[in-house]
Design a protein around this ligand. Sequence first.
Ligand SMILES: Cc1ncc(COP(=O)(O)O)c(C=O)c1O
Length: 459
Amino acid sequence: MSKRKCSTGMDAYVQKTPKSLEFSKVSQHVMPGGVTANIKFFEPYPVVMKKGTGAYLTDIDGNEYIDYLLSYGALMTGHGHPKVLDAIHKQMQEDGTLLFGTPHHLEVKMGQKIQSLYPSMEKIRYTNSGTEATLLSIRLAYAYTGKYKIAKFEGHYHGGYDQVLLSVNPPVDQAGPPRKPKAISESQGLHPNHLENTIILPFNDLEATNDILTTAQDQIAAVILEPIQAGYIPAEQEFMDGLRKITADLGILLIFDEVKTGFRLSLGGAQELYGIKPDLTALGKVVGGGFPFGIVGGKEEILNRSAPSAAADVFDSSQSKHSGARDVLFHSGTYNGHPTVLAAGLATIEILEQEIQQVFKRTTQLKKGINKLLSAKGIHSKTVGRGSIFNLIITDKENIKNYRDLQKSNFALRKEIDYHLLAQGIYTKPLNRYSLSTVHGEKEIEKTLEAYRKTLQKL
Ligand SMILES: Cc1ncc(COP(=O)(O)O)c(C=O)c1O
């Protein structure tokens, strides 16, 4: 390997990852951009991993990394936890199949666990991703209220489909006034109707949110939000209490998208911390134990819209003359309630029931360490987040309350730090959050802080 002195963090990363570069040249002939999820891409090419063990990932060049991305937060017991692997093997051996295509005992076992941890989820349904979970929750809201617009907050992500892929990361100069944001499409190919049918709200601004919701109350079925924006910018308690009251008063459902925060802030998610009962909740990521998974739950009278009756099978042509299916909310999926996924998810919850506090303790330790090092270097910054997730924001702003505040931070310096850290074996995608797991211990925290020390010397 060349001994060339590295001038930037990206140079250092490139120097250590020649095989990832070669891989990306080949993968571009197979997949657009060389990736199968746009989020996996970063400049100049993404690192390609080949092995995961505990808190660590190893790339195809043989470099080892402490993994703080953890598949965008999904892996809260690290890579290949023996108890999760055992549960998967046990399910396959005992059940003798990967898929029944009928109801089975793990569906109820997981459901009862969720009901006990999330009392707002009186009834639940399973999906195969967080995206599907929020999608179903929106359909339930339409069916229940008979209204067909939704409201979401600027900067909040709820999955990759048309109704919600708006104003997640909009250019501020095109996004309208901060207190009355404009809907901005986040993708090519979205139908322009959604710019009208999805109303954008300003996070942590109760007065402006109230004004917008009140004006369109007759059209809005639900407000959907990440109670902690992007997993790390918390709603203020007053805002959350106010939003619960306003939505109830206006006949608008409140949907908590806890795909990121479920099991990561507390076992009972953000709703437990805030003491709020949403009408509907979407879960995903951690509760799938590393598999694709989602759960929708909420008030029984809302969920029961999807309860089939004998005459309500949309695929049964024999009853087409007086099909009852149209009177029921359609929800199906070949893989819904997949036994292996449920087994992995239940094992994950069992581990977290014992160890979640330890994850919080380590997260606090890491945040404090990073804050101390950056402050000693004279860099104004803060680690923002609760529970087991945080993000490092380079800013001298006292309080980061929403998307617009975040846009005023120093992304360039943060990126530079991230690439240097990558080159030293600390993995999170540049600019992404940090998520910890039960297997991130004292040793990993110390190694991470040492990498930060070295990085700061290079800046
Ligand atoms: C808050 C939130 N909602 C929904 C989703 C979509 O979940 P999935 O990627 O499982 O479809 C995500 C994924 O990052 C998310 O963070």
